[in-house]
Write a protein that binds this ligand. Sequence first.
Ligand code: EPU
Length: 421
Amino acid sequence: MDKILVHGGPALRGNVRISGSKNSALPILAATLLTKEPCIIHRVPDLSDIHYMLTILSELGCEVERASGTVQIKAETVITDAPYDIVRKMRASVCVLGPLLGREKEATVSLPGGCVIGDRPIDLHLRGFEALGAAVRVQAGNVKVLAPELRGATINMRGKFGSTVLGTDNIMMAAVLAEGTTVIDGAAEEPEVVDLADFLNKMGAKIEGAGTRRIIIEGVKELHGAEHTVIPDRIEAGTFLVAAAICGEEVTLQKVAPAHLVSVTEPLQRAGYFVEANCDTITVRRNGGCLPLELETQPYPGFPTDMQAQMCALLATSQGISVITEHVFPQRFMHLAELKRMGANIELQGATAVINGVDQLSGAPVMASDLRASAALVLAGLTADGVTEINRVYHIDRGYESIDDKLNQLGAKIERVKGSK
Ligand code: EPU
């Protein structure tokens, strides 16, 4: 297993190019199952989660070709049973259920278990499939959905922690080939849902309202091949914004969608950083001290849960007391224990982290527990005194394309040690 050594201290400056969005690309790749014709997807990031998705699609019968950031997929004939060995490695595999059900009227995928960020049920996805007329059976660790025919319905996707992103994606992908009209109320409004809807519409679907709480889908008989470019990764971008805030002189993010990042740039400005957005760039500059913040994670357009850990790393060395409450995944705080090992003063009260900023963190051996927690540890290491050794970095490779190279180009000193335990 690789590990990463972050030598704290160097200031970051320069430009960094943001990759295509992981969380857009995953369901968009799954959506190619909806047609027999070839689809071409550009700006697909080179990540292990994407690799898992492409492997699942190959196992389901798709022809997959990949050349740098472009993937071509042809799903002329498909099987409907997703292989457990690959599916279990990535929770997002669940988003093949919707397109398989839409096209073949049946699908079997192993049921995702919990993960370190908390219990991760798919009850809302299943409730939506049932509303479309599917029978749902959970047996031997698998979920099987089967429908002699799919009929449009009105479906409410809100659960006790808000809407569901992949649940909304799954129902959209099943409903595009259902008979009649489907209305998704309480739909997730994330930009990744809009990107998927844009791709489906290019394939011939009739979807309106993506990006709002009500999505209306007029079922069509069949979809055709399409070409699409994935939107910029707002969480990778947000992570670089925080890196720049932690130890940047002046950093410019290129090829971003500033409108998707307001919930991150606005608190950074409130904390005292200079942030300037142009059409597809954002520049961050240190502007004196960093003030404490009070933040709550919320579904889009609120402050994203996928940025909570990185923001904890920033606030760990901001003067005063900051408070972050996690409303989307209330148990997503595994990074706190590791930040504390680096000298952070953080107390967890229920789903709220109370962070009393310290002057300086110190490098330490730490353990990555999930994707965003690992990113937070890298960010903390950039400003810590000495060397931070981050183990289990395969987590970070699931969602950040060459994060070490990109930070090094900005002036950081990060080494990747291959093959160590
Ligand atoms: N939930 C339910 N029932 C369901 C589905 C979700 O109760 O059937 C709950 C979840 O437990 C959670 C909340 O609803 O409390 C929101 O979960 P959601 O379904 O929206 O999460 P997801 O679609 O599985 C995506 C991203 C996550 C991101 C969340 C929230 C992908 C591949 N994953 O997951 O990204 O945290 O939305 O924005 O799009 C990451 O990239 O690091 C990551 C974890």
